[in-house]
Design a protein around this ligand. Structure first.
Ligand code: VIB
Length: 223
């Protein structure tokens, strides 16, 4: 079993909880309230800005040109394809570019982004990838699962979201991160692998919490 298969297995209960979450299922069957989706899109936009910085740190930490180029491609995809989806939905939802960019990150958005940035700043590429992998990988799994539901791909409102996250382009970023982490894991000690697993489990938990936060439109308890 590869290292990423091992950590995916350990995270299975968390990933299943995300998959079954009413927010995710609501995108798939079209019943998700638009207000929850609007809240999610605004929070996710802020999250993706920080995620992009982590990708950029991947370029810096990369040991060779091929790896640099992989991070540069993923960074471009995030800034110019994925975030374009958010800009398009924001327009449909009547949220201006200014409002979108001025979104105040909620508690989970801030905690999740800070956790990824903290791992990236420690300076090990394996730790950086372990922290961002649940993000790219779980969305691809969710995208594909939702795409298999009748009508989800063609849904007049959420179809675009399902098409983007089930696309091969996003899948190839997840596959590339998986292969890169497996390669880095080959030269790590058992203690280091345990540490990478713990990082992966933590951001898997944050993925679940992000869906939950958005569903409940959870904000800071005191403004
Ligand atoms: C909370 C949260 N987690 C994951 C993603 C999905 N995502 C973020 S970056 C990336 C890889 C390529 O850009 C993918 C699939 C998201 N949007 N929001």
């Amino acid at each position: 079993m590869s290292f990423t298969q091992r950590i995916r297995l350990r995270a299975d209960a968390i990933w299943k909880a995300s998959h079954d979450h009413p927010f995710v299922q609501g995108i798939g069957n079209g019943t998700l309230p638009k207000e929850s989706f609007k809240y999610y899109m605004k929070q996710d936009y802020k999250y993706l800005i920080e995620y992009s910085k982590v990708m950029a740190m991947g370029v810096v930490l990369a040991p060779d040109l091929k790896t640099m180029s992989g991070f540069a491609t993923a960074l471009d995809e995030t800034l110019n394809t994925e975030m374009e989806l958010h800009r398009t939905y924001a327009e449909r939802l009547g949220v201006s570019r200014e409002e979108l960019e001025a979104t105040v990150p909620g508690p989970v958005t801030l905690a999740y982004s800070s956790a990824m940035l903290a791992e990236a700043q420690k300076g090990s590429l394996a730790e950086l990838i372990a922290s961002i992998l649940p993000c790219a990988w779980s969305y691809y799994e969710i995208g594909k699962a939702l795409a298999a539901l009748p009508g989800a791909l063609d849904h007049e409102y959420y179809g675009e979201w399902v098409r983007m996250y089930s696309s091969e382009d996003f899948g190839s970023i997840a596959d590339w991160l998986i292969a890169t982490l497996d390669q880095l894991a080959e030269s790590k000690s058992a203690e280091e692998l345990d540490r990478l697993e713990a990082i992966f489990l933590n951001t898997s938990r944050y993925e679940y919490m992000f869906w939950d936060m958005a569903y409940k439109q959870e904000s800071w308890p005191v403004a």
